[in-house]
Design a binder for this molecule. Structure first.
Ligand SMILES: *Cc1c(COP(=O)(O)O)cnc(C)c1O
Length: 819
């Protein structure tokens, strides 16, 4: 697509035009000059100039999709963990250098401008970040896609550490407004709640249903442009904000109760107020259910309105529309589509069902039972009475089909039932997703396999053809091109720029492992990134970091299954070894941890306190010096990840096998030339296949081992008694070595020793520590280490989200993709 229709006089892509536009916006849009402008003003003037350039392409792209009647892909997600956008926009528009020079000539400091942007933290972790990477890839591949989500007033909380404890602060990301989005005040839909489902006779003797007496909330569209990489495509991210419905309470109003009539507004606006901060933890709160339906209803109205503009045959819907649900959170889209087609459009159930199943697809993100959404029927009956009826009917017909297929196996039929049994039964949203869509996918090969063998085994027997794998990926634009400019420049210098959109091209780097000059540069870049990280730490914490130490990093949400506790036990062990032998020849390490704990997850929050206490001990011990540092950095976010990952030598991916569905942090590290120490879990398995066994450190019990251990009756005490160093570390935690309050860490001791160590920390500890010794040995040989690091970068092209999206496009959405 060319930009022939460029209207704006200053939308040129060269430095001079950019500079002039920045100046113009500062003065004529923001009414500031170089004396009065703040970093925020400068940032805004840059954003306004970038937006000018996006708008032409945005409009043309959308027009093109409309004219071509392209099949649309709709990605429904409760979370988009976007982070900052400025660099992303500049990189994808291909004007980063020009913009940098333009800023300089306009007297602005690029770093200060960049840092004026607050992260858009509309997600918890991996799931929300995946959605953001997918947006980038869909635009880059020219897929006519729209992302739908919620414009939360408060994203994921800002984490502060006070006295070693996590303290949550509200994330006021919209405090000064969001310069990247455009409100579409006229694109708004009523989202009904409550009321009842009225049965009536349609005159032809058919029983019909109508959802009535609802209480409505308005959803207003806010659009953010999503540019592809240097292809003039600009897709749309549409986030809904709740506002009071135009229908204020007229009765109260007429009775003179003006305040009461208007007061309700407040309640409605609560729907998009705040992101629930739980990662992989379902809590059946009504407001959360409202949020999910709010997303579904507004998006579905928008999707079907767009379809109807150019189509009058509902049977064509699956040819023109693909809807992907990011986890079960948007799975009410299934009964909602049925409701529209049956109740409003008058289709027969069978017709409507065929269309719905062909249109919908569902991605599963976890096997953890506590994460699976199960909504109480009582809640649904009250909030969404018609949808509950439809779910019951879907289930009735499905179970009938099952019975015809497998006979009267009561146990199996009960396990397959979408609606549970008992006093307050629940609706299993995952089951609804499988039954109501044509594809269900897991997010790494191992995970998809486990879905078929465990969680969804019964469903797999009924619908084997519906189950598929789509291994996650990350966008190379943000996670290499942007966050590691030096390494990107080096790579581009050697193999050209094609790798940015065809990440497999990095394979060409393999031939440079013997090129001394190249390897020297490669090592120097890592060193430079470590130096920047060390400066950041010094700024924030006043701690001096040894930049020739190994940067060993674990960053991700704090979860028991991710085993930050095992990393901590390693830190303690290393500390004890140094203390026992202060003049020993240790490979110096800087252990860095970051991550947020769900505010209600007591154990995870206690881990944070422990890590800070252990760090306090280690970092202030003169015997240790710069041989070891252990630091918990506060407020893990996309922006912090972008700083930390390029500085890593070693990536910690040490979840209990079978628990991490995929992981994407693992991919970001390997791409930036870190070696992985990890278990055979999630996408680690595939990373190992790609980089080769000799270029990754794999340890620990496998999924099968874990299974066997549990069946044999796993006893953590035997591991504790048998390993002297493990016992010492655990005892130190128990006996007040890190905190004078000896009760404080008792819950951790209990979980490890008295409650069965569910995540097998003790079972994996010994091999983990031994493997860390092998890591040390390799690190002593820097040339060999760097060679393996480069091979990691060179061989992880598979984990581009472009590849993931191609797979979705071909095998689930049936849409064509640019080469
Ligand atoms: C990539 C990313 C994640 C996911 O990390 P995992 O190690 O896969 O759990 C979480 N949060 C942020 C900010 C990320 O960038």
């Amino acid at each position: 697509m060319s930009s022939k229709k460029t209207i704006h006089p200053r939308s040129g892509m060269n430095k001079d035009d950019l500079r002039e536009d920045i100046r113009q916006h500062l003065r004529y849009t923001l009414a500031k000059d170089e004396y009065s402008s703040t970093n925020w003003d400068n940032y805004r003037s840059v954003v306004l100039s970038v937006m000018d350039r996006l708008h032409d392409r945005w409009i043309e792209t959308q027009q093109g999709y409309y004219k071509n009647e392209s099949k649309r892909v709709y990605y429904l997600s409760m979370e988009y963990l976007i982070g900052r956008l400025l660099d992303n926009m500049l990189v994808n528009l291909g004007v980063q250098d020009e913009a940098a020079e333009a800023m300089e000539e306009a007297g602005l400091d690029y770093d200060k401008v960049r840092n004026a942007e607050w992260d858009a933290g509309l997600g918890n972790g991996g799931l929300g970040r995946l959605a953001a990477c997918f947006l980038d890839s869909m635009a880059t591949l020219g897929i006519p896609a729209i992302g739908y989500g919620i414009r939360y007033d408060f994203g994921i909380f800002y984490q502060q550490i006070e006295n070693g404890y996590q303290v949550e602060k509200p994330d006021l990301w919209l405090r000064y407004g969001n310069p990247w989005d455009v409100v579409r005040s006229k694109t708004q839909y009523n989202v009904p709640f409550y009321g009842h489902s009225r049965a009536y006779n349609d005159g032809n003797g058919d029983l019909k249903f109508k959802w009535e007496n609802t209480h409505d909330v308005l959803a207003v569209a806010y659009d953010t442009p999503i540019p592809g990489f240097k292809n003039d495509v600009v897709n749309n991210l549409r986030l809904w904000k709740a506002s009071s419905s135009s229908s204020i309470d007229l009765k109260s109003f007429n009775q003179g109760q003006y305040i009461d009539a208007v007061r309700d507004t407040q309640l409605n606006e609560n729907i998009s107020r705040v992101l629930y901060p739980n990662d992989k933890m379902f809590r059946g709160q009504e407001l959360r259910l409202k949020q999910e339906f709010f997303l579904v209803m507004a998006s579905m109205k928008d999707i079907l309105r767009r379809f109807r503009k150019t189509n009058d045959d509902w049977r064509k819907l699956p040819e023109k529309v693909a809807i992907q649900c990011n986890d079960t959170h948007p799975n009410l889209a299934i009964p909602e589509l049925m409701r529209v087609l049956v109740d409003e459009e008058g289709l027969s159930w069978d017709q409507a069902w065929d269309i719905t199943v062909k249109t919908m697809a569902y991605t599963n993100h976890t096997l953890l039972p506590e994460a699976l959404e199960k909504w109480p029927v009582s809640l649904l009956r009250n909030l969404l009475p018609r949808h509950l009826q439809i779910i019951y009917e879907i289930n009735r017909r499905f179970l009938q089909h099952v019975q015809e297929k497998i006979g009267d196996d009561r146990g199996k039929i009960s396990r397959l039932s979408i609606v549970g049994e008992g006093e307050d039964p629940v609706v299993h949203m995952a089951s609804l997703g499988i039954v109501g869509s044509h594809k269900t996918n897991g997010v790494a090969a191992l995970h998809s396999d486990l879905l078929k063998k465990t969680l969804f085994r019964d469903f797999y027997e009924i619908f084997p053809e519906r189950f598929t794998n789509k291994t996650n990926g990350i966008t190379p634009r943000r996670w290499l091109r942007q966050c590691n400019r030096e390494l990107s420049a080096l790579i581009t210098d050697k193999i050209g720029e094609e790798w940015v959109t065809h990440l497999d091209q990095l394979k060409k780097l393999e031939s440079y492992t013997d090129d001394k000059a190249f390897m020297k540069k490669f090592a120097a870049i890592k060193q430079s990134n470590k130096k920047k990280m060390a400066e950041y730490i010094h700024d924030k914490r006043g701690i001096k970091i040894n930049t020739s130490s190994m940067f060993d990093i674990q960053i991700k949400r704090i979860h028991e299954y991710k085993r930050q506790l095992m990393f901590t036990l390693y830190a303690i062990t290393q500390y004890n070894r140094i203390k026992a032998n202060p003049d020993g020849d240790f490979v110096p390490r800087t252990l860095l941890v970051a991550g947020k704990a769900a505010p209600g997850y007591t154990m995870a929050k206690l881990f944070i306190k422990l890590m800070n206490d252990v760090g306090e001990k280690i970092n202030n011990d003169p015997d240790v010096g710069d041989k070891l540092k252990f630091l918990f950095l506060e407020n893990y976010s996309v922006t912090l990840a972008e700083k930390m990952i390029p500085s890593a030598n070693l990536s910690e991916q040490i979840s209990t096998a079978g628990f991490e569905a995929s992981g994407t942090g693992n991919m970001k590290f390997a791409l930036n030339g870190a070696l992985t120490i990890g278990t055979l879990d999630g996408a680690n398995v595939e990373i190992k296949e790609e980089v080769g066994d000799e270029n990754i450190f794999i340890f620990g019990n496998t999924v099968d081992d874990v299974d066997r251990l549990r069946h044999e009756g796993y006893n953590p005490w035997t591991y504790y008694e048998k390993n002297e160093e493990l016992k010492q570390a655990v005892d130190q935690i128990r006996d007040g070595f890190f905190n004078e309050d000896k009760e404080l860490y008792q819950p951790i001791i209990d979980s490890l020793l008295h409650k069965g160590d569910y995540f097998l920390v003790l079972a994996d500890y010994e091999e983990y520590v031994k493997t860390q010794e092998k890591v040390d040995d390799l690190f002593r040989n820097q040339d060999e280490w760097n060679r393996k690091a480069l091979l990691n970068t060179a061989r992880v092209g598979k984990f581009s989200s472009d590849r993931t999206i191609r797979d979705y496009a071909e095998e689930i959405w049936n849409v064509k993709v640019a080469d």
